[in-house]
Design a protein around this ligand. Structure first.
Ligand code: SF4
Ligand code: SF4
Length: 352
C-alpha cells in the first residue's frame, strides 16, 4: 500500500496519460445533475461534485444489456442458435466514485457471485473496473453512510482513495489495480499526509447528522415485522414509479426479455423493480404482490430484514440517500428503518 500526493497542477495531464491504459469514466455535469460518463481525450471529471443522480451501478449492470442474438430464418446458417454478444472487458477506471457507491458493488456481488453460480456478465464487467474513490469532505444532509456500515472516507471496494486536501489530492493505493492506475498516470511523489487526512475525515463524519437504527433488525421476528401496522402509512403516498430502486446502487433486480423484429431476435436483460405491479405477475395471472402496500413492504423487508438475516453483515443499503432525495412523494427509508428496528407489538398502541 502506498500513499502519494498528486499536485492538482499535475492532475489533468496524469489523467490523460491513464487513458492509454484504461477507458476512463468520471462524474460530468449535465444540466443540474452529475452522471458518470466515458471521458474522451481532453475531457476531465468534475471532482467538486456531491454525488451523481443515478448510481454508477449501470457501468457493471447496464439498464439494458444485450446477452444473445439469434435468427429464426431457416435459410440462414446457425438459425435458432443463441449467439453470445461479446462484451467489452478492457480495463476501465471509474474516477471519482464515492465510497458508498464503491461499497455497494460488494453488496450486489453477493447476488451475482455465489457458491452455486456466478453471473459471467456481471463478474467480467466488475473485474474489468478499477475504482478510484473520492472521499466526501462535505456529505449531503441526506447521507447516512456512517450508520449503514460505511463512512465518507470508507475504503471498502476501492482500489485507490483520493482525498482532496486543497491544492492536491492525497492518493492511497489499496490494491495492485490501484498501483497500476497510479503508475499509468505517472504520479509517484510519496507523502505522509495522515494527520491532514484524519482531520478531514473526522470533520466529514461530524457533518453526517442523519442516521438509521439497525441494532434490532436481525432479532425482530419476521412475521411480526411483516404484519406491522405501519406499512399502510409507509405506502400511502407511493406512486410505484420505481425511482428509488433504479437510482439505488444496491438494487440488482432484472428481467430477461426477447425483442424480435421479423426473424431477428435479441435476448437482453433489463433493470426491473419490485415496485412495479407486473414484477411478480405469474403466467397464471396470479400476482402475489398485486397491491401497492405489498410492494412497498417488500422493498423495505428485503433491504432491512431478509438481507440482514441471510448475510448477518448489515443492511442492504449503503446510506447514499438517493432514494430520499429523488422520491417524488418524500418516502424516507430512514424513517421506515427506524420504525422496523423499534417495532414492538407488545408496546404498540396503533390499531392492529
Ligand atoms: S421513489 Fe417513492 S414514489 Fe417512487 S416507487 Fe419509490 S417509494 Fe414509491
Ligand atoms: S439510501 Fe436508498 S438509494 Fe441509497 S443505498 Fe440505501 S436504499 Fe439504496
Amino acid at each position: 500500500m502506498k500513499v502519494i500526493t498528486i499536485d492538482k497542477k499535475d492532475w489533468a495531464s496524469g489523467l490523460e496519460k491513464t487513458k492509454s491504459a484504461f477507458q476512463v469514466f468520471g462524474p460530468v455535469k449535465e444540466k443540474e445533475w452529475h452522471s458518470f460518463k466515458a471521458l474522451g481525450p481532453g475531457e476531465q471529471p468534475d471532482m467538486a461534485y456531491n454525488n451523481t443522480r443515478l448510481s454508477p451501478k449501470f457501468l457493471v449492470e447496464p439498464q439494458t444489456d444485450p446477452m444473445f442474438t439469434y435468427s429464426l430464418d431457416e435459410a440462414k446458417e446457425g438459425h435458432h442458435i443463441l449467439k453470445e454478444v461479446r462484451k467489452d472487458i478492457a480495463p476501465k477506471a471509474v474516477v471519482g466514485i464515492r465510497p458508498c457507491d464503491a461499497a455497494a458493488f460488494l453488496l450486489v456481488k453477493r447476488n451475482f457471485d455465489t457458491p452455486q453460480y456466478q453471473d459471467p456478465y456481471w463478474l467480467e464487467a466488475y473485474n474489468s473496473m478499477t475504482f478510484i474513490g473520492l472521499a466526501c469532505n462535505a456529505p449531503c444532509s441526506t447521507c447516512f453512510c456512517t450508520s449503514a456500515g460505511g463512512g465518507p472516507f470508507n475504503e471498502t471496494g476501492l482500489d485507490v482513495l483520493l482525498v482532496d486536501v486543497g491544492d492536491s489530492f492525497v492518493a492511497k493505493s489499496l490494491t495492485d489495480k490501484g498501483d497500476k492506475w497510479l503508475s499509468a498516470g505517472g504520479w509517484a511523489s510519496a507523502t505522509d499526509a495522515s494527520g491532514k487526512v484524519e482531520a478531514l475525515k473526522q470533520a466529514a463524519e461530524t457533518k453526517i447528522t442523519s442516521n438509521v437504527r439497525t441494532d434490532n433488525l436481525k432479532t425482530r421476528p419476521t412475521t411480526q415485522l411483516y404484519d406491522a401496522p405501519f406499512w399502510e402509512d409507509a405506502a400511502f403516498s407511493c406512486i410505484n414509479c420505481g425511482t428509488c430502486t433504479y437510482s439505488c446502487p444496491t438494487c440488482w433486480c432484472f428481467d430477461i426479455q426477447d425483442e424480435v423484429r421479423g426473424t431477428s431476435g435479441i435476448r437482453m436483460r433489463n433493470w426491473d423493480s419490485c415496485m412495479f405491479p407486473m414484477f411478480t405477475l405469474h403466467g397464471s395471472g396470479h400476482n402475489p404482490r398485486s397491491v401497492k402496500v405489498q410492494r412497498v413492504r417488500q422493498r423495505f423487508m428485503h433491504k432491512l430484514k431478509y438481507y440482514v438475516e441471510k448475510y448477518d453483515d448489515g443492511i442492504q443499503c449503503v446510506g447514499c440517500g438517493r432514494c430520499i432525495r429523488l422520491c417524488p412523494v418524500n418516502i424516507d427509508i430512514r424513517k421506515v428503518c427506524n420504525q422496523m428496528n423499534d417495532y414492538d407489538p407488545a408496546a404498540c398502541v396503533c390499531p392492529a
